[in-house]
Design a protein around this ligand. Sequence first.
Ligand code: BGC
Ligand code: CA
Length: 285
Amino acid sequence: MELRKPSKKLLGFASVLLALLSGCGPGIEEVDNEVEGKLGVMSQAIGYNGNDYLFVTTPKSWPEAQALCAISGYKLVTINDSNEESFLAQHESSFGQYNWWIGLNDRGIEGFFTWDGGASTYTNYYPSEPNNYNGAEDCVADRYRGDDGSTQSEQWNDWDCNRAFPFICERAPEPTTNRGSFSYTAANTANATVNVTGFAVHLRAGQVFTVGTCGVPGASRSGDTYLRVNNPYGQEVAANDDAGGACGFGSNISIVVAVSGTHTIRAGCYSSGSCNGTVAYNISD
Ligand code: BGC
Ligand code: CA
């Protein structure tokens, strides 16, 4: 993965996320409608294997999608292996959408495919693809569904780059190993809503905060963990049960911080089960 380091344009991006993350508590209702309008509807950043991903469900052309990812220092996703693919598939299907733009394209030289964000030799095309249909297909989308709906697949197809599809952005891992960690043992936490282990972290608006029992160096777990994060107003801004992919039942959250102040990590276990782990976190500069 050779993605660029995050740009410093995170404040605008944070306000985009505000629209999605905030329950509109005091002082956190400012939303940059212009930026939000440009980006369209997206998920909060989701962490996997140390990288951050955005699933943007508003359909855009491939060049527009590439430009919109770049606003926040992201590239269109590079898929490196089948574990990453299964992580993407899990989230794509949770949004119920097919044909998600990925970074792969041969817009430069016909038949010579490159990735927007780096290098990868992994491919997972639908049979007989890429076929450059009508000589006009240079951009690749994951989770192929044909226009008549007859074909539905987790595999890839090349399409006309002007087609409007949802898209996935990816950003490289932060350079640090981790900024801190704590261990916990828990039981009967009702999906990390009671009997949790709390841990305070000081965060500034615009920082990327990643926390996990998996997917952050130093993290580990036994059993089915569940993590939640509260903002300085005590409002929950993110939660994760299973990060999926290589993380399995481990948990991982990545957010762009919307409000400066003391946030609380709340560590528990799925349902009424028992679990334990080391929660590790990273904070971008
Ligand atoms: C072809 C695909 C092509 C699509 C474009 C399908 O019939 O099999 O390769 O990308 O049409 O609409
Ligand atoms: Ca095709």
